[in-house]
Design a protein around this ligand. Sequence first.
Ligand SMILES: Cc1cc2nc3c(=O)[nH]c(=O)nc-3n(C[C@H](O)[C@H](O)[C@H](O)COP(=O)(O)OP(=O)(O)OC[C@H]3O[C@@H](n4cnc5c(N)ncnc54)[C@H](O)[C@@H]3O)c2cc1C
Length: 395
Amino acid sequence: MGFTMFDAIIIGSGPAGSHAAYLLAKMRYKVLLIEGRKTPKQSINCSGIIGLEAFREFDLWDVPVLNRINKFKFISPSGKPFIYQSDSDLAFVVDRSGFDYYLTSRAISAGASFLDESWVRKILIDENEVNVCIQSKGRSYKLRAKVGVIAAGYSSPLVEMVGLKSPLRFIEAAQADVYGSGFDHTDVYLGNRIAPGSFAWLIPLGNERGLVGLTTEKNSVQHLQFLLNKLKAEKNISRVTNLQHSVIPLGLIPKAFTRRILVVGEAAGQVKTTTNGGIYYGMIGAEIAAQVLKKAIQKNRFDEEILHQYDQLWRAKLGPEIQLGLKLREMYSHLSDSKIDMLFSIVSMDGLLPLIKKNLNFDWHKGLILSLITKPLIRRLFGIKLQNVDCTQES
Ligand SMILES: Cc1cc2nc3c(=O)[nH]c(=O)nc-3n(C[C@H](O)[C@H](O)[C@H](O)COP(=O)(O)OP(=O)(O)OC[C@H]3O[C@@H](n4cnc5c(N)ncnc54)[C@H](O)[C@@H]3O)c2cc1C
């Protein structure tokens, strides 16, 4: 393998990396996908919620599904419920380790080579190729490719190694597996005691299992412990295991390419800033990367001028959503618990539910946000002047 010249080496076999490898292998390019962890990966800190649109767009129908979501119960700081029920499925819950394994296997079946338990330690770029130095089972190797794709998750040191910068802002996320009964539908908890500036969740997985988690700016583990204690008192939770915490980027990478390198997925900030879901946006990033790399390989050109198209295309598609989500998050973080309770009263009002039903899209939130802020009560609550919401400006 050391002498082989790959068309592309992809670093990281999460959804973004595996999907990019699959698409390039399907185009019959010589692709190597490298993963540091042993595959299948044991336990990934993720809830595994993926919208219907991603299933359709990326043909994910063979992925084993743990549960379907068509109903959310939102719970206000004072315990007021608001139930949103859709006539059809909005999203699926997948076992995240199984999902990654499925995507990696699909890339291998399409012709990609794959190395697991192989950590990329160094990337060297010169006029003619990219050299990727890996450490695998106690040995070091140098691998060669025309182009490299960094899909190694948030704050990978590889991004800085190639002279780029990771997104600066992030949010903490903590989650645990729970066992018990009475987990009927997906609960979403709001309020400054539980998840300041963000939200918490209880997601049923079936078979008396669930996931309890939250995102928040800091102290996510302490907030999760508080929520778990509250839920133990309210629900029939017999066991809590596998408490994990990590960070998720909030906002775009300043630049996602350099000569012979693209950065894809969470490493590039391709994550929804409203719900912090990154699977779908990362796979969209991979799709755009594969299209641009196809052109680059055909022309045998890997300079910034050609790879720049990747940055333009994905920013045009995902940028406005990510920027508007950030603005919403910023405004929401200033709401007191009583104002969040007031928001529940406003949203439960006659007239708003049809508007929500009409504009809600599981993966694209701009339409719903912009329609809600046409309502004076919502604007007043958030202190919004309409000209504040210019989602085209990068922050
Ligand atoms: C608690 C929590 C819940 C979440 N829930 C959801 C959800 O329900 N839906 C959703 O869409 N998103 C969710 N997310 C976000 C989602 O998990 C990420 O956005 C998504 O995993 C990003 O995919 P990726 O392929 O970019 O990176 P990753 O999934 O992080 O994959 C990167 C891969 O690269 C490997 N790697 C890293 N460095 C190296 C190296 N040097 N050499 C070789 N390999 C390397 C890693 O081992 C990893 O396998 C959640 C996140 C958290 C923390």
